[in-house]
Design a protein around this ligand. Sequence first.
Ligand SMILES: O=C(CO)COP(=O)(O)O
Length: 254
Amino acid sequence: MARKFFVGGNWKCNGTAEEVKKIVTILNEAEVPSDDVVEVVVSPPFVFLPVVKNLLRSDFHVAAQNCWVRKGGAFTGEISAEMLVNLGIPWVILGHSERRLILNESNEFVADKVAYALSQGIKVIACVGETLEQRESGSTMAVVAAQTKAIADKVSNWVNIVLAYEPVWAIGTGKVATPAQAQEVHSELRKWLHDNAGAEIAASTRIIYGGSVNGANCKELADQPDVDGFLVGGASLKPEFIDIIKSATVKKKN
Ligand SMILES: O=C(CO)COP(=O)(O)O
């Protein structure tokens, strides 16, 4: 099964109502490959989800940046998967390293969130990735495999999951992984899926790269056989996000 190129824009905790509308205008006016070629999903902070969803062109979609691990209720400050469904939000980003590391979300907690969001019909961008220390100690693959295994232990259907490999040392640092570094981990992750979740899941699951992707480095990364798209932070708030979306055509030529 062909893996459609996927470009996500993670706006993180940024933006005013005015800025968000400006970004949406830029996206709406952009000429990009059709949604047969590239799936584009942008992820504003919760409070801006309704406005972005209402204003955004219909071939782009929205994602929440998190959701609660189970059914909603007495959980002050949380947003439930049911609420996202109620607002027609089709995607959620789960397990971002900023939540794993700053808010201490464990592999199991992230996996429970993934399983619950999927059970409610929400598609998931599930993030994995190693810190610089872990990379330097040679444990990159052990770390991302453990993060992926926690999810695979709770989820058998991967149709609605996009796996995002985001090395922590590359996020927001300007130190992008080289195409070879990204390809190495992506192909090992695909092999891990093959051996542990099955050949079909390995062949069809999109594995996207995140960490200092920009308009200048995206094409070379997109050219790697196991890089199926991107999860973009800083550059997703800028017009160069359009160039990153267009890098889908590099893939199409292969
Ligand atoms: O964390 C990221 C996307 O989720 C990547 O962030 P940057 O593109 O700003 O490095």
